[in-house]
Design a protein around this ligand. Structure first.
Ligand code: UDP
Ligand code: 7WV
Length: 455
């Protein structure tokens, strides 16, 4: 295989969590289909636990974030973990480049998650082409860009907030780091710092597609030349252009998809609520209880992903009591579930991958955002893409069972529900078009490849 003539060798470096690995891994497969060799670098910790298998379509290799034994969840603080990731990550990334130097295919392009801006410095030290790959919406990135450059002053004292290309925004719509001043300062600094390197990057890629947020892309393009290349979703669910591509291919959690499929296949079309809060969110006991009552009390079937680390919060006997009305699993193949005809709505935390997956598969949503960019995505789900509703939060910070039940009904039945479904189908068509031959994202991927090849 090493003798094959590749047009170049791309190293993809995601921030090492599920929601950041999936899109970069998927994008790498597209580059392989365009004749490049691609290697995805995970951390040694992830590599050792998951043992991802290199294949003809993708290679895996490692860097270290300094937490080889237990993962960065073990760090004493977020700040400490990010610093350690920078120091040890820079060194081990350089080692990886050097290791490949005298092979038939030395690394000549690094696509890095801008949560790790130091990766560009390493690339430049070796004279390698460097591209930033943003994993959130252009809208969210543009807000952070404004804050980073002092164009949006914090704390925000007057609302609504006007930013060119964006709808007028209330404080609650903003990313949580802005709407809740002082929350997660280390992560806030990290999302703003994404722009510390982009001026020097040879390309800026964003996991969105033009038709989803045209005004935001146009506005931001005036200050930063960006290429929307999404949605990065396995080809089987879109235009089926890539062979054997029905899964992202690196799951940090295990699931048994036959359990979900078998159960869903016994349910009528559009009759099931799929509830999942992504890979990271940890709900309070009270919020879990409200969700449990809402799902149990609604007249619909439900499939609920309760991660292993959250199971203790489930009320005793809940699973027993719901019988065949609901199925609770620790993890699932979300794409398989969302594409099952039985699903009528997605109760989601509005993580960007989950949101983009639901848009791409034509599934209406109930948004219960938790933090980071999820609040913005929920705003767009309701008011811009019009594919669902955002649940209202009480003063105590909880979304109560009545509100959840109300939102579920809005999406699962009635006139509004019908409109959401029609709109969702429209976004699915546009998502497929964007990534198909000649579509906006496909053209941008070609433009990226030719810019790199000719650099
Ligand atoms: N996911 C999955 N099974 C689950 C829950 C999530 O495969 O039971 C996948 C989902 O398809 C998505 C990713 O995990 O690609 C979660 O990313 P997202 O941005 O939605 O949320 P995060 O985990 O970063 O909060
Ligand atoms: C993990 C840690 C911090 C953030 C995110 C994920 C994200 O929003 O993607 Br800010």
């Amino acid at each position: 295989m090493e003798n094959k003539a590749y047009r170049g060798h791309v190293l993809a470096l995601p921030f090492p969590i599920q929601g950041h690995i999936n899109p970069l891994l998927q994008f790498s497969k597209h580059l392989v289909s365009k004749g490049l060799k691609a290697t995805l670098a995970t951390t040694r910790f992830i590599h050792n636990t998951m043992q991802p298998q290199s294949s003809s379509s993708l290679q895996f290799d490692t860097i270290s974030d300094g937490y080889d034994e237990g993962g960065f969840a073990q760090a004493e603080s977020i700040h400490a973990s990010l610093n350690r990731m920078e120091t040890i990550g820079s060194k081990t990334l350089a080692d990886l480049i050097i290791k490949n130097k005298n092979t038939a295919n030395p690394i000549d392009c690094i696509i890095y998650d801008p949560f790790l801006p130091w990766a560009l410095e390493v690339a430049k030290k070796f004279g390698i082409f460097g591209a930033a790959f943003f994993t959130q919406t252009c809208t969210v990135n543009f807000i952070y860009h404004h804050v980073h450059h002092g164009l949006l002053k914090l704390p925000i004292t007057s609302t609504p907030i006007s930013i060119p290309g964006l709808p007028v925004l209330e404080l609650d719509d903003m990313p949580s780091f802005i709407s809740v001043p002082g929350s997660y300062p280390a992560y806030f600094e990290m999302v703003l710092n994404q722009f510390s390197s982009t001026d020097k990057a040879d390309a800026v890629l964003v996991n969105t597609f033009y038709e989803l947020e045209p005004e935001a892309v146009d506005s931001m393009s005036k200050v930063c030349r960006l290429l929307p290349i999404g949605p990065t979703i396995p080809s089987f669910y879109l235009d089926k252009r890539l062979e054997n591509d029905s899964d992202y291919g690196l799951n940090l959690f295990v699931s048994d998809s036959s359990v979900c499929n078998n159960w869903l296949n016994t349910k009528p079309e559009g009759s099931v609520i799929y509830a999942s809060f992504g890979s990271m969110a940890s709900l309070s006991n009270k919020q879990m209880e409200e969700l449990a009552f809402a799902l149990k009390g609604s007249k619909f079937h439900f499939l609920w992903v309760v991660k292993a680390f959250e199971e203790a919060k489930l009320l005793e006997k809940f699973v027993e009591e719901i019988g065949n009305k609901g199925l609770v699993v620790q993890w699932c193949s979300q794409l398989e579930v969302l594409s099952n005809k039985a699903i009528g709505c997605f109760l989601t935390h509005c993580g960007w991958n989950s949101t983009l997956e639901a848009l791409s598969l034509g599934v209406p949503m109930v948004g219960v955002p938790q933090w980071t960019d999820q609040t913005m995505n929920a705003k767009y789900i309701q008011d811009v893409w019009k594919v669902g509703v955002r649940a209202k939060v009480c003063e105590n910070g909880i979304v109560e069972r009545k509100e959840i039940e109300f939102c579920i009904k809005e999406v699962m039945e009635g006139e509004r529900g019908k409109h959401f479904l029609e709109n969702a189908k429209k976004w699915r068509d546009l998502a497929i078009k964007a990534g198909s031959k000649g579509g906006s994202s496909d053209k941008n991927i070609d433009e990226f490849v030719s810019r790199f090849i000719n650099s």
